[in-house]
Write a new protein. Structure first.
Length: 370
């Protein structure tokens, strides 16, 4: 499959270097504290929150902020570095099936290698255990690395699950190969089976789970108002990207990138564009180290914010409010600037935004309108 997809490089360049402004800083309201490096957030119909802690714990937090005991029954998790228990997603029918999904770094049975895995389970009636746990996807190959797991989960409108997968840092060239899961986004059904309309089904030498490839390390993904899956991914040193996922598309890593090697120097041939590789919708230089992604669909913050995209910055510790116009980034605004590393951002059932701060005494914060 050969394609040339460009979105106006000049426009992207201008947006990438557009200065951030500090406008309309919202008030933050603490919901919970005492979380150890929280990573993922999901909302339950009864007002509770499910929050993952990277060292391997999943907790239910009461509506009043009380932390529950760690939920029992989780699988073996490889912790350390960037690895651990990462994303969590409540099924769209959680109220009737009590099903949730977790993404985590899965150790191999023997040895030091690991990979990203996706499991489903039911939350017990008392909220204390994960029951009927089943691993529905396991990235291969496993790699002896503690970096670049990706691990954001999105449920699409048709009920399929998208999962971002990192290149594991030491295997970046594999992101361009279709015979492995490194540097990919995969799409599976909720039981782990392969949807028949996946783009590489039936193609020799290609894994049928793959939806798109040429990714580096996507730690933010969300279902857009257009029904497409949006994601962002870390660049190496500069070149963090926002991409809208297309079936079968190649997003270029490591052949093309707006970043450079750590310490300086071009990556590969130093290309920023190549025929058949999708240009990012937006990129950041210098890197902001993005994590978490959410669209605001409510009007709780007024018309100016509705439809905006929100992304956390780990490097600079702010929440980025991104205005979109005609499918492009028109402006960016720093919110809760310098508060802490923002690991995740979600819109709650009440229409308000919630963020997780990635720290040893991590917090769940609610953003209140002015």
């Amino acid at each position: 499959m050969k394609r040339a997809v460009y979105v106006g490089v000049a426009a992207v360049w201008l947006a990438a270097f557009m200065p951030l402004s500090t406008l309309g800083a919202p008030r933050t309201q603490p919901v919970a504290a005492g979380l150890e490096n929280p990573w993922g957030l999901a909302f339950l119909p009864d007002g509770r929150y499910l929050v993952t802690e990277r060292p391997g714990r999943l907790r239910a937090i009461a509506a009043d902020g009380r932390l529950g005991e760690p939920i029992a029954g989780l699988p073996a998790i490889a912790t350390g570095g960037q690895g651990g228990l990462l994303d969590v997603l409540a099924d769209s029918s959680f109220a009737s099936n009590r099903t949730f999904y977790i993404c985590y770094s899965e150790p191999e049975a023997r040895g030091s290698a690991n990979s990203t895995a996706l499991a489903r389970a039911q939350l017990s009636a008392d909220g204390l255990r994960a029951e009927n746990l089943q691993v529905i996807f396991s990235q291969r190959p496993k790699v002896a690395s503690s970096s670049h797991f990706g691990c954001r989960i999105v449920e699409a409108r048709d009920g399929t699950l998208f999962l971002t997968l990192g290149d594991r840092f030491s295997r970046k060239e594999d992101a361009q190969r279709l015979d492995n899961h490194l540097g990919k986004v995969v799409r599976v059904a909720k039981d782990g089976s392969i949807p028949r309309d996946n783009p590489f089904v039936g193609r020799a030498g290609a894994l049928p789970e793959i939806w798109s490839y040429g990714h580096r390390n996507g730690q933010g993904a969300a279902l857009g108002p257009d029904g497409q899956v949006w994601m962002h991914e870390h660049g190496p040193q500069g070149g963090d990207e926002i991409n809208v996922l297309q079936a079968g598309a190649n997003y270029g890593w490591p052949t093309v990138t707006y970043g450079e090697n750590y310490g300086g120097g071009k990556i590969g041939e130093g290309l920023t564009a190549k025929d058949g590789m999708v240009q990012p919708l937006h990129y950041w230089v210098p890197s902001i180290a993005p994590s978490g992604m959410a669209f605001l669909t409510s009007d709780r913050y007024g018309a100016a914010w509705k439809g905006n995209l929100f992304v956390g910055s780990l490097k600079f510790g702010y929440l980025d409010r991104i205005e979109l116009k005609d499918g492009k980034v028109a402006a960016e605004h720093r919110l809760i600037d310098g508060r802490a590393r923002i690991r995740d951002v979600r819109q709650g059932p009440d229409g308000l935004l919630y963020v997780l701060t990635d720290e040893s005494n991590g917090k769940l914060l609610r953003l209140l309108p002015d």
